[in-house]
Ligand binder design. Structure first.
Ligand SMILES: Nc1ncnc2c1ncn2[C@@H]1O[C@H](COP(=O)(O)OP(=O)(O)OP(=O)(O)O)[C@@H](O)[C@H]1O
Length: 258
Protein backbone atom coordinates (compact mmCIF):
# COMPACT_ATOMS: atom_id res chain seq x y z
CA UNK A 1 0.00 0.00 0.00
CA UNK A 2 1.43 3.39 -0.97
CA UNK A 3 1.94 6.33 1.37
CA UNK A 4 -0.79 8.10 -0.59
CA UNK A 5 -3.29 5.35 0.20
CA UNK A 6 -2.49 5.25 3.90
CA UNK A 7 -2.27 8.95 4.64
CA UNK A 8 -3.80 10.75 1.66
CA UNK A 9 -0.55 12.75 1.31
CA UNK A 10 2.07 12.36 -1.41
CA UNK A 11 5.31 12.84 0.46
CA UNK A 12 7.42 13.24 -2.67
CA UNK A 13 5.37 16.04 -4.23
CA UNK A 14 7.61 18.81 -5.57
CA UNK A 15 4.67 21.09 -6.24
CA UNK A 16 1.88 21.05 -3.69
CA UNK A 17 -1.20 23.11 -4.41
CA UNK A 18 -3.89 22.92 -1.77
CA UNK A 19 -7.22 24.71 -1.97
CA UNK A 20 -5.64 27.56 -3.88
CA UNK A 21 -7.95 30.36 -4.99
CA UNK A 22 -7.00 33.40 -6.99
CA UNK A 23 -9.07 36.54 -7.30
CA UNK A 24 -8.04 39.39 -9.57
CA UNK A 25 -9.14 42.90 -8.62
CA UNK A 26 -11.44 43.73 -5.75
CA UNK A 27 -14.93 44.91 -4.88
CA UNK A 28 -17.34 44.98 -7.80
CA UNK A 29 -14.40 44.38 -10.17
CA UNK A 30 -13.31 41.18 -8.42
CA UNK A 31 -12.87 38.20 -10.70
CA UNK A 32 -12.47 34.72 -9.25
CA UNK A 33 -10.04 33.00 -11.64
CA UNK A 34 -9.25 29.88 -9.59
CA UNK A 35 -11.48 28.29 -7.01
CA UNK A 36 -9.89 25.98 -4.40
CA UNK A 37 -7.59 24.13 -6.76
CA UNK A 38 -5.73 21.18 -5.25
CA UNK A 39 -3.01 19.39 -7.15
CA UNK A 40 0.18 17.59 -6.19
CA UNK A 41 2.92 17.04 -8.74
CA UNK A 42 5.49 14.40 -7.90
CA UNK A 43 9.18 14.57 -8.68
CA UNK A 44 9.79 13.56 -12.28
CA UNK A 45 6.13 13.68 -13.23
CA UNK A 46 4.90 15.18 -16.49
CA UNK A 47 1.53 16.76 -15.79
CA UNK A 48 -0.62 18.43 -18.46
CA UNK A 49 -3.26 21.04 -17.65
CA UNK A 50 -6.27 21.24 -19.93
CA UNK A 51 -9.38 23.37 -19.84
CA UNK A 52 -11.54 25.79 -21.75
CA UNK A 53 -10.15 29.19 -22.64
CA UNK A 54 -10.03 31.50 -19.64
CA UNK A 55 -10.33 28.73 -17.03
CA UNK A 56 -7.15 29.87 -15.29
CA UNK A 57 -4.42 27.59 -16.65
CA UNK A 58 -1.91 30.40 -17.17
CA UNK A 59 -2.90 31.89 -13.83
CA UNK A 60 -2.04 28.63 -12.12
CA UNK A 61 1.38 28.49 -13.82
CA UNK A 62 2.16 32.08 -12.88
CA UNK A 63 1.28 31.32 -9.25
CA UNK A 64 3.59 28.28 -9.23
CA UNK A 65 6.29 30.43 -10.87
CA UNK A 66 5.88 33.00 -8.10
CA UNK A 67 5.01 35.74 -10.59
CA UNK A 68 1.76 36.41 -8.79
CA UNK A 69 0.37 35.76 -5.32
CA UNK A 70 -2.35 33.35 -4.31
CA UNK A 71 -5.45 34.83 -2.66
CA UNK A 72 -5.97 31.86 -0.32
CA UNK A 73 -4.86 28.28 0.20
CA UNK A 74 -1.35 26.82 0.27
CA UNK A 75 1.20 26.56 -2.50
CA UNK A 76 4.55 24.91 -1.81
CA UNK A 77 7.42 24.20 -4.15
CA UNK A 78 9.87 23.37 -1.38
CA UNK A 79 12.58 25.82 -2.42
CA UNK A 80 12.90 24.22 -5.85
CA UNK A 81 13.86 26.27 -8.84
CA UNK A 82 11.33 26.75 -11.62
CA UNK A 83 11.81 27.86 -15.22
CA UNK A 84 9.12 29.11 -17.55
CA UNK A 85 8.61 28.70 -21.27
CA UNK A 86 5.85 30.36 -23.30
CA UNK A 87 4.23 30.08 -26.72
CA UNK A 88 6.39 32.95 -27.95
CA UNK A 89 10.08 32.24 -27.55
CA UNK A 90 10.69 35.91 -26.53
CA UNK A 91 14.37 35.78 -27.49
CA UNK A 92 16.50 38.90 -27.53
CA UNK A 93 16.76 39.72 -31.26
CA UNK A 94 20.13 41.45 -30.99
CA UNK A 95 21.75 38.43 -29.32
CA UNK A 96 22.92 35.30 -31.10
CA UNK A 97 21.53 31.89 -30.21
CA UNK A 98 24.48 31.38 -27.86
CA UNK A 99 24.01 34.85 -26.38
CA UNK A 100 20.37 34.08 -25.56
CA UNK A 101 21.23 30.76 -23.92
CA UNK A 102 24.10 32.34 -22.00
CA UNK A 103 21.93 35.01 -20.43
CA UNK A 104 20.67 32.98 -17.45
CA UNK A 105 24.21 31.62 -17.01
CA UNK A 106 25.52 35.17 -16.84
CA UNK A 107 22.89 35.94 -14.17
CA UNK A 108 24.12 32.90 -12.23
CA UNK A 109 27.57 34.52 -12.22
CA UNK A 110 29.35 31.98 -14.45
CA UNK A 111 32.56 33.16 -16.10
CA UNK A 112 32.89 33.55 -19.85
CA UNK A 113 34.59 30.25 -20.64
CA UNK A 114 32.23 28.28 -18.43
CA UNK A 115 29.20 30.01 -19.96
CA UNK A 116 30.37 29.21 -23.46
CA UNK A 117 30.95 25.56 -22.59
CA UNK A 118 27.57 25.16 -20.87
CA UNK A 119 25.74 26.93 -23.72
CA UNK A 120 27.41 24.58 -26.21
CA UNK A 121 26.26 21.58 -24.18
CA UNK A 122 22.70 22.90 -24.00
CA UNK A 123 22.57 23.61 -27.72
CA UNK A 124 23.61 20.02 -28.25
CA UNK A 125 20.79 18.85 -25.96
CA UNK A 126 18.22 20.69 -28.10
CA UNK A 127 20.07 19.68 -31.28
CA UNK A 128 20.95 23.17 -32.40
CA UNK A 129 24.70 22.84 -32.63
CA UNK A 130 25.75 24.56 -35.82
CA UNK A 131 23.33 27.45 -35.22
CA UNK A 132 25.13 29.03 -32.29
CA UNK A 133 25.98 32.26 -34.11
CA UNK A 134 22.61 32.80 -35.81
CA UNK A 135 20.23 35.54 -34.72
CA UNK A 136 16.63 34.63 -33.80
CA UNK A 137 15.21 36.09 -37.06
CA UNK A 138 17.33 33.62 -39.04
CA UNK A 139 15.63 30.64 -37.35
CA UNK A 140 12.34 28.82 -37.94
CA UNK A 141 9.63 28.92 -35.26
CA UNK A 142 10.54 25.40 -34.12
CA UNK A 143 14.21 26.33 -33.84
CA UNK A 144 13.35 29.43 -31.83
CA UNK A 145 11.41 27.25 -29.39
CA UNK A 146 14.44 24.97 -29.14
CA UNK A 147 16.51 28.00 -28.15
CA UNK A 148 13.85 28.97 -25.60
CA UNK A 149 14.00 25.43 -24.21
CA UNK A 150 17.80 25.58 -23.97
CA UNK A 151 17.51 28.92 -22.20
CA UNK A 152 14.97 27.46 -19.75
CA UNK A 153 17.28 24.48 -19.12
CA UNK A 154 20.17 26.89 -18.52
CA UNK A 155 18.37 28.02 -15.37
CA UNK A 156 19.10 24.63 -13.82
CA UNK A 157 15.51 24.36 -12.69
CA UNK A 158 13.96 21.24 -11.19
CA UNK A 159 10.51 22.20 -12.41
CA UNK A 160 9.76 23.30 -15.96
CA UNK A 161 6.55 25.29 -16.40
CA UNK A 162 5.42 25.35 -20.02
CA UNK A 163 2.53 27.50 -21.26
CA UNK A 164 1.46 26.22 -24.69
CA UNK A 165 5.08 26.12 -25.83
CA UNK A 166 4.29 24.46 -29.16
CA UNK A 167 0.91 26.10 -29.80
CA UNK A 168 2.12 28.23 -32.71
CA UNK A 169 4.02 25.47 -34.53
CA UNK A 170 2.92 23.30 -37.45
CA UNK A 171 1.93 19.72 -36.65
CA UNK A 172 5.12 18.10 -37.97
CA UNK A 173 7.46 20.43 -36.06
CA UNK A 174 5.34 19.95 -32.94
CA UNK A 175 5.60 16.16 -33.27
CA UNK A 176 9.38 16.36 -33.45
CA UNK A 177 9.54 18.69 -30.45
CA UNK A 178 7.31 16.33 -28.46
CA UNK A 179 9.91 13.61 -28.99
CA UNK A 180 12.74 15.97 -28.04
CA UNK A 181 10.98 17.26 -24.93
CA UNK A 182 10.19 13.73 -23.78
CA UNK A 183 13.85 12.74 -24.21
CA UNK A 184 15.11 15.82 -22.31
CA UNK A 185 12.52 15.40 -19.54
CA UNK A 186 13.76 11.84 -18.98
CA UNK A 187 17.47 12.52 -19.35
CA UNK A 188 17.38 15.51 -17.01
CA UNK A 189 14.87 14.05 -14.57
CA UNK A 190 12.68 17.15 -14.80
CA UNK A 191 9.26 17.72 -13.37
CA UNK A 192 7.02 19.34 -15.97
CA UNK A 193 3.75 21.24 -15.68
CA UNK A 194 2.52 21.76 -19.24
CA UNK A 195 -0.48 23.89 -20.27
CA UNK A 196 -2.13 23.14 -23.58
CA UNK A 197 -5.41 23.49 -25.47
CA UNK A 198 -4.59 20.42 -27.50
CA UNK A 199 -6.06 17.27 -25.96
CA UNK A 200 -4.00 14.90 -28.10
CA UNK A 201 -0.83 16.75 -27.19
CA UNK A 202 -1.72 16.36 -23.50
CA UNK A 203 -2.28 12.61 -23.90
CA UNK A 204 0.86 12.25 -26.04
CA UNK A 205 3.03 13.83 -23.33
CA UNK A 206 1.44 13.54 -19.92
CA UNK A 207 1.69 11.03 -17.11
CA UNK A 208 -1.50 12.70 -15.99
CA UNK A 209 -3.94 15.08 -17.65
CA UNK A 210 -5.68 17.45 -15.27
CA UNK A 211 -8.93 18.89 -16.51
CA UNK A 212 -9.97 22.27 -15.13
CA UNK A 213 -13.55 23.52 -15.13
CA UNK A 214 -14.58 26.67 -16.95
CA UNK A 215 -14.01 29.82 -14.90
CA UNK A 216 -13.55 29.79 -12.03
CA UNK A 217 -11.05 27.01 -12.59
CA UNK A 218 -11.37 23.94 -10.38
CA UNK A 219 -9.88 20.49 -10.91
CA UNK A 220 -12.73 18.38 -12.23
CA UNK A 221 -10.86 15.31 -13.38
CA UNK A 222 -7.41 13.78 -13.11
CA UNK A 223 -6.79 11.29 -15.94
CA UNK A 224 -3.78 8.96 -15.51
CA UNK A 225 -2.21 8.23 -18.91
CA UNK A 226 -0.64 4.81 -18.83
CA UNK A 227 0.14 4.04 -22.47
CA UNK A 228 3.72 2.97 -23.08
CA UNK A 229 6.20 5.67 -24.16
CA UNK A 230 7.21 6.94 -26.57
CA UNK A 231 3.66 7.49 -27.82
CA UNK A 232 2.58 8.56 -31.25
CA UNK A 233 0.08 11.39 -31.31
CA UNK A 234 -1.89 9.59 -34.03
CA UNK A 235 -1.86 6.15 -32.38
CA UNK A 236 -5.22 4.48 -31.62
CA UNK A 237 -4.43 4.56 -27.87
CA UNK A 238 -3.72 8.30 -27.78
CA UNK A 239 -6.65 9.08 -30.10
CA UNK A 240 -9.02 6.95 -28.02
CA UNK A 241 -8.14 8.54 -24.70
CA UNK A 242 -8.08 12.02 -26.26
CA UNK A 243 -11.63 11.43 -27.51
CA UNK A 244 -12.76 10.45 -24.01
CA UNK A 245 -11.18 13.60 -22.49
CA UNK A 246 -12.55 15.80 -25.29
CA UNK A 247 -16.08 14.55 -24.53
CA UNK A 248 -15.59 15.46 -20.87
CA UNK A 249 -14.25 18.89 -21.84
CA UNK A 250 -17.15 19.49 -24.23
CA UNK A 251 -19.64 18.58 -21.51
CA UNK A 252 -17.94 21.07 -19.19
CA UNK A 253 -17.99 23.86 -21.79
CA UNK A 254 -21.67 23.15 -22.53
CA UNK A 255 -22.48 23.16 -18.80
CA UNK A 256 -20.82 26.53 -18.45
CA UNK A 257 -22.58 27.98 -21.50
CA UNK A 258 -26.08 26.89 -20.44
N1 LIG B 1 -3.63 40.06 -14.47
C1 LIG B 1 -4.93 39.84 -14.58
N2 LIG B 1 -5.82 40.76 -14.15
C2 LIG B 1 -7.15 40.54 -14.22
N3 LIG B 1 -7.71 39.42 -14.72
C3 LIG B 1 -6.88 38.48 -15.19
C4 LIG B 1 -5.45 38.64 -15.14
N4 LIG B 1 -4.88 37.52 -15.67
C5 LIG B 1 -5.90 36.71 -16.03
N5 LIG B 1 -7.10 37.28 -15.74
C6 LIG B 1 -8.42 36.68 -15.94
O1 LIG B 1 -8.43 35.44 -15.24
C7 LIG B 1 -9.11 34.44 -16.00
C8 LIG B 1 -8.17 33.28 -16.24
O2 LIG B 1 -7.16 33.70 -17.17
P1 LIG B 1 -5.99 32.74 -17.66
O3 LIG B 1 -5.19 33.49 -18.66
O4 LIG B 1 -5.31 32.17 -16.50
O5 LIG B 1 -6.80 31.57 -18.38
P2 LIG B 1 -6.30 30.45 -19.39
O6 LIG B 1 -7.05 29.21 -19.02
O7 LIG B 1 -4.82 30.38 -19.40
O8 LIG B 1 -6.82 31.03 -20.77
P3 LIG B 1 -6.39 30.67 -22.27
O9 LIG B 1 -6.61 29.21 -22.41
O10 LIG B 1 -7.34 31.46 -23.11
O11 LIG B 1 -4.96 31.07 -22.43
C9 LIG B 1 -9.58 35.12 -17.28
O12 LIG B 1 -10.93 35.50 -17.11
C10 LIG B 1 -8.69 36.33 -17.40
O13 LIG B 1 -9.35 37.38 -18.07
Amino acid sequence: MSILETTGVRTDAVVRIENVSKTYGSGSNALLALDRVSLDVEKGEFVCLLGASGCGKSTLLSLVAGLDQISSGTLEIGGRKVALMFQEAALFPWLSVTGNVELPLRLQGLGKAERRKRAEELLEVVRLNGFADKRPHELSGGMRQRVALARALAQNADVLLMDEPFGALDAMTRDILHDELERIWREQNLTVLFVTHNVREAVRLGDRVILLSSRPGRVIEDFPIQHARPRRIDSPEVSGQAAEITDRLRAEVARHAS
